[in-house]
Design a protein around this ligand. Structure first.
Ligand code: COA
Length: 193
């Protein structure tokens, strides 16, 4: 894990975006919460950003701070708070499973006004090149709930392979269950492109 944290737990840059590791300060939580609270929760019903999972997005400043703290203190991965032109616009959490050299992508979301700019793909291109070219990962995994049409399109156009479906693997905050589609990309596929 040492190499993973050395490479990944730091601020990164892509052509248009800054991916920041957020320290759990009140000022940072306020900045994130000011953005989250303006969003329509219905647009985020396939994501799990919260600390409590009582909803899809954090519901208060306190919970937002709790989320940032969990991310910052994680022993299995890290989370990027994504900025465009100095403004906070999105989030991507990742985990690394060293025993199988697998980078597992977890929650991702962008504010609605940022959708349709290729930002999600830009973040993943960066993560792929770091994971495969620098870390020595063998596989990157991503997953979606089947009804998440935008995310499905984004993952598939990024060249990910649908490995299968975990039936009723996700429990929603309302207690209902949803399937989870599992996607992956192998280093051999990455090198072939
Ligand atoms: C899922 C989500 C991250 C996808 O965002 P997105 O912006 O559609 O994703 P992409 O980065 O793949 O962008 C592709 C779109 O950008 C456009 N685009 C513009 N410039 C582009 C560029 N330079 N490169 C690639 N695509 C570009 C594409 O044409 C495409 O637009 P279209 O979907 O209208 O045809 C976003 O919808 C979201 O935050 N949803 C809510 C949370 C959520 O569901 N998260 C996923 C949980 S699994």
């Amino acid at each position: 894990m040492e190499k993973f944290f050395e490479l990944f737990k730091k601020n990164l840059k892509t052509a248009r975006l800054e991916l920041r590791i957020m320290e759990p300060t009140l000022a940072n939580a306020e900045m994130v919460w000011e953005v989250v609270k303006t969003q329509n929760p219905d647009d985020f019903k396939y994501v799990w950003f919260t600390a409590t999972h009582n909803s899809h997005m954090t519901e208060s400043l306190e919970e937002t701070l709790q989320r940032i703290k969990l991310d910052y203190e994680s022993k299995t991965g890290c989370a990027y708070y994504v900025f465009y032109q100095g403004k906070f616009i999105g989030y991507q959490r990742i985990h690394y499973i060293e025993s199988s050299r697998t980078l597992q992508c977890a929650a991702v979301w962008f504010v609605k006004s940022a959708w349709g700019n290729g930002f999600n793909q830009e973040v993943h291109k960066k993560l792929e090149s770091m994971a495969f070219d620098e870390l020595g990962a063998n596989r990157i995994c991503r997953q979606i709930m089947p009804a998440n049409v935008r995310s499905k399109k984004s993952i598939e156009s990024g060249g990910y392979h649908l490995d299968g479906v975990d039936r009723q693997a996700e429990m929603q905050p309302d207690g209902t269950f949803t399937d989870r589609c599992l996607y992956s990309k192998l280093i051999s596929e990455y090198k072939q492109k």
